[in-house]
Design a protein around this ligand. Structure first.
Ligand code: HEM
Length: 182
């Protein structure tokens, strides 16, 4: 090989090798690593990892739930009125009512509805205001206390937590002024 032909050969060979190195990616500007294809617009926001799956915390139980919901409150009222009707101290006020099936059924329904409304059960009380409902009954303080005593017995029998009992009695206590001697 002459010097001239060697120089000519090198002039063709060197650029050819450079092209090969470039094409195989062993040199030249580095591309960012490919990420797997996902649905979406391919924008920068897709690089943010999705928030971890989270279930919302359960809604706190209402007092109504803790009393056993619809069935629990219906049973509670049922036991309560049987106690009211059986108590001699309350015979004066309940004697007539307990013999009148339609009125008595309505009374139990309204008691349950009111309890539901007052304890977060979502009911709307549709009965009379306490002042109106007890007007003319001339309920004494002694009768009031007998009524509350019967209610306490039911709550204790049904193992209602003391905090919940206090909440219920504070609620009933607010109505005393509208019930007694009206
Ligand atoms: C905070 C305590 C009390 C509550 C929440 C309560 C609730 C009720 C409710 C919801 C009614 C039905 C109202 C209507 O007819 O629209 C009612 C009626 C009645 N309540 Fe009370 N009550 C309470 C205290 C008392 C007490 C202490 C007595 C007697 C000792 C009593 C005796 C009666 C009677 C006899 C009726 C029936 C009236 C009728 O239908 O002619 N209540 N009460």
């Amino acid at each position: 090989m002459t010097i001239g032909s060697f120089v000519g050969y090198r002039a063709r060979w060197v650029p050819a090798m450079l092209c090969l190195v470039w094409a195989t990616g062993t040199c030249g500007p580095k591309e960012p690593a490919l990420r797997p294809l996902t649905q979406g617009d391919g924008g920068a926001s897709e690089n943010v990892p999705p928030p971890p799956e989270s279930t919302p915390p359960p809604a706190p139980k209402t007092l109504y739930d803790r009393l056993g919901g619809k069935d629990g409150v219906a049973q509670l009222v049922e036991t309560f009125v049987q106690k009211l009707y059986a108590d001699k101290r309350l015979n004066r006020v309940f004697a007539k009512l307990k013999k009148d099936t339609a009125r008595e059924t309505k009374f139990r329904e309204l008691l349950a509805e009111q309890l539901c409304a007052e304890t977060g059960g979502g009911c709307t009380y549709s009965g009379k205001e306490m002042k109106i409902a007890h007007k003319g009954l001339r309920i004494t303080n002694a009768e009031w206390h007998a009524f509350i005593e019967k209610f306490t017995e039911v709550l204790v029998e049904r193992k209602v937590e003391e905090d919940d009992q206090s909440e219920i009695f504070s609620m009933l206590g607010k109505m005393q002024k509208d019930v007694v001697l009206k």
